[in-house]
Design a protein around this ligand. Structure first.
Ligand code: AMP
Length: 270
């Protein structure tokens, strides 16, 4: 596997399948790399802890980093190259970096956009930069970050003239055996909080069988009983993330904090 860290080495990967990550690779990321490796194109995994998507006071400094282990794992999963860019490749100090206009799904739903107001502008800026530098044919993102997936899909549609050839594909959420969605931030949970964190996936598992209003009440009740701080526990239209529409796919989405660790999860309503 090649390790790429400058623009000239990227040229030969035009048309690749890109898996963008912030590293601290776990089975969730690995599943996306394996999906990517099943396509015909070379697979590039980017590993970059993007400062623009963290607000002051968030966990940028302590975000888990494990580059050597990450490289071993993604090589074993079939990556052709890892892009490990220095910060000045992503954000050259002497060159303005384009911040794409945000799609409405990045600002209207009042979900992640409300609780992390800086977040989608940081995500769209870094993903746009990766797309411009690498020009992949496909990017694979996880359903774990459901609003982010809709935001990137929408951003690509809005910029079809800039990236006519990029397709966005997604992979399902990979979970621990007790249901907790894998996340780099799970490393912050001590054993007691790790146990309480199961409330997110168990609340979703109950909620998806219910009509939307009951589903929301059930999720709030379960999260409250586990003493989690709830940012939201809602049912929304799966694509727009506005109020759910009868006959359209719907998604249950949760964000909650335990002892300073913020976790998100979601599931399709049955
Ligand atoms: P991150 O490194 O957290 O920015 O995530 C990089 C990519 O991995 C994103 O597209 C995430 O949605 C995806 N991802 C993170 N956790 C999981 C998971 N448990 N299952 C599947 N994909 C995931």
């Amino acid at each position: 596997m090649q390790i790429l860290s400058d623009i000239s080495s990227l040229a030969s990967y035009k048309g690749c399948t890109l898996v963008p990550t912030m590293g601290a690779i776990h089975e969730g990321h690995r599943s996306l790399v394996r999906i990517a490796a099943a396509f015909d194109e070379p697979v590039v995994v980017s590993i970059f802890v993007n400062p623009k998507q963290f607000a002051p006071g968030e966990d940028l400094a302590t975000y888990p980093r494990s580059l050597d282990r990450d490289l071993e794992m993604i090589a074993a999963d079939g990556a052709s190259a890892a892009l490990v860019p220095p910060e000045d490749l992503m954000y050259p100090p002497d060159e303005p970096v384009w911040s794409p206009p945000l799609p409405s799904v990045a600002s209207n739903p009042k979900l992640e956009d409300l609780h992390r107001p800086h977040f989608f502008s940081g995500v769209c800026t870094v993903v746009a930069r990766l797309f411009d530098l690498i020009q992949p044919s496909t990017a694979i993102l996880g359903e774990k970050d459901w609003q982010q997936l809709q935001v990137i899909r929408s951003m690509v549609q809005m910029n079809a003239d800039r990236w006519p050839a990029i397709h966005i594909k997604s992979g399902p959420t990979i979970r621990e055996s007790d249901g907790l969605a894998m996340s780099s931030r799970n490393a912050f949970l001590d054993p007691a909080n790790r146990e309480r964190a199961i409330a997110l996936s168990s609340a979703l598992a109950e909620a998806i069988k219910l009509p939307p209003v009951e589903a929301e009440l059930t999720m709030q009740d379960k999260l409250f009983s586990a003493d989690l701080d709830i940012d939201y526990a809602v049912v929304r239209d799966a694509q727009t993330l506005q109020a759910p529409q009868k006959g359209q796919p719907q998604r249950a989405l949760i964000a909650a904090t335990l002892n300073g660790t913020r976790l998100i999860d979601n599931a399709a309503m049955l």
